[in-house]
Write a protein that binds this ligand. Sequence first.
Ligand code: NDP
Length: 331
Amino acid sequence: EVNFPRAVSSVEQAAVEVSDPKLHKAWVYRAYGAAKDVLQLEEIGVPEIAADQVLVKVRAASLNPVDFKRRLGKFKASDSQLPHVPGYDVAGVVVKVGSQVSGLKEGDEVYGDISEFALENPKQWGSIAQYTAVEEKLLAVKPKNLSFAEAASLPLAILTAQEGLDRTSFMEGQSILVLGGAGGVGTLVIQLAKQVYGASLVAATASTGKLDFVKSLGADIVIDYTKQNFEELPEKYDVVYDTVGEGPKNVKPVKQGGSVVALTGAVTPPAFRFVVTSNGASLAKLNPFLESGKVRPILDPKGPFSFSQVVEAFSYLETGRALGKIVIAPI
Ligand code: NDP
């Protein structure tokens, strides 16, 4: 029987070959700065695992704005020490378990956001690497119907979408306006609000070319922000979920007594901001909705980017124009 290997380009091959099994390939930065200036593919030691951690053979990772903001030194005061391997989101296979790990075993296919607190001492050795060490409690079993690339696109963004909706006490029958409906978080807020929380009405902003796509995610009303100012429209909503940073305008469309959550930018009462907490159990709660196809991962059509194209992938993310998530795969 002939065993056909998967076709791998020579660039990809060079990106993954290592000279010593204690070493792995990882993207590393040793100083804060622009991706093209500071990010390098290096051969470094495979991370050690603590008793409550597992070692994950990374199959796919995704990028989040926090990765580049952190790399630019915006969170220096509470950051882990340099050098860093960037990357919060991972999907991969458990290859080793710590002595206190009870719910996962070698061979399990998992996904998660590997840093419990996004800004407080996030992982020094992130997910844009061949291996990463993760606390068992931050991981969930990968939904079987999703590829590693699809699963890797979800954790930080979907946990943010979920935590923001929970913090506004969003309930069945309520209405919501999502500012930034086409982004990594916005595409998931729309879907969760509609499919998981039972929103009566979902409105979302996007630029002209993305309106149809945002509608296909379940938005009932789309507002082209290049043509209309959302804050001047007459409709009022129970919740405004701002992923763009539109404060103080983001409080204009909320009903009296409603909630406004702003992930970034100025915070004017009644708006509030929070920083996502990663948690495998919260992710696992969403697995049935992912497995039934009610909620689907949205991968930017320009990707996935290969493991050798991480600098290009960051440059694209940093344009602020991505549709859904930017994924690095295969790793
Ligand atoms: P993305 O990079 O995925 O967002 C890009 C999208 O934003 C594009 O599709 C773009 O669409 C859209 N967009 C840009 N400007 C506007 C605008 N004025 N109105 C409507 N849409 C717009 O980012 P994420 O969704 O991953 O993150 C969003 C923000 O939230 C970031 O600042 C991130 O750091 C922050 N964040 C904070 C978290 C927290 O815990 N506090 C957690 C996660 C994210 P178009 O091309 O049509 O403009």
